[in-house]
Unconditional design. Structure first.
Length: 239
């Protein structure tokens, strides 16, 4: 959505990756901001090199489920979800550390203290997409026509994101059937609060004991309800 708002072009997976590259691949990134600045994406923990950032944070319980599905689809793991969850909470399933440490690092960074960090919850982006994008545009200092924002939201509904994935498969493509394995899609449901139906009470409590304080600080314990899954999809992703 941000790509479409800044460029006024339809956002394909390839275009987004080309114009908004990962940190480390950003040497040839194209300036997209009105002041000539570039937009770079990362999953990394905070580091002093960053001068201004938009931080999107999602409920750790949904993140665990999403990351497990993604790593299984990639063929990187063959463990049970419980085994994965144990490692996920410890912060050893990838190179980014634990969810709690990652969030704390950004929220307590000099960027946050200096007003150069905006935190957007995934759930807010899903439920109140227009308001969330307006907040982001204000932070970026970008004036944009209301119609462009509405088009960006429509073009990147989950349904339309899946169509984009059909045109440019990310993972799970089977050359024999020339189609994407539905169990291995990159763009899945993106449900908010899906963990309520999928985690056992013991698993939910296990996560809460270790990340409950940060969940509460971000307000996730107050508003993540099953009804959220009925809201029209506004954002695609690995979740």
């Amino acid at each position: 959505m941000l790509f479409e708002i800044l460029t006024k072009c339809d956002a394909s997976f390839d275009d987004v990756n080309r114009y908004i590259p990962d940190v480390g691949l950003h040497g040839t990134a194209v300036p997209l901001m009105p002041n000539g600045g570039r937009v770079i994406k990362t999953h990394e923990a905070y580091r002093p090199d960053y001068k201004r950032a938009l931080y999107i944070v999602r409920d750790v319980r949904d993140v665990a489920l999403s990351e497990y599905a993604y790593q299984k689809a990639q063929g990187w793991i063959s463990c049970t979800f419980q085994e994965f969850l144990n490692a996920f909470v410890r912060g050893t399933v990838n190179g980014y550390g634990s969810w709690e440490e990652h969030v704390r690092g950004w929220l307590e960074s000099p960027l946050a203290a200096g007003g150069n960090l905006i935190v957007v919850r995934y759930s807010d982006l899903r439920r109140n997409t227009k308001a969330s994008l307006s907040k982001i545009m204000d932070f970026l200092g970008v004036n944009v026509d209301k119609q462009i924002v509405e088009q960006a939201i429509h073009h990147n509904s989950v349904q339309n994101m899946r169509k984009k994935e059909d045109r440019t498969p990310q993972i799970g493509y089977d050359p024999r059937t020339k189609s994407i394995d539905e169990d291995k899609r990159f763009v899945r449901s993106g449900v908010v609060g899906g963990w309520r139906e999928r985690l056992t009470p013991a698993q939910a409590e296990f996560v809460l004991q270790r990340a409950g304080r940060m969940l509460a600080q971000l307000g996730f314990e107050e508003d993540e309800t099953p009804a959220a899954s009925a809201v029209p999809r506004a954002v695609g992703g690995a979740g």
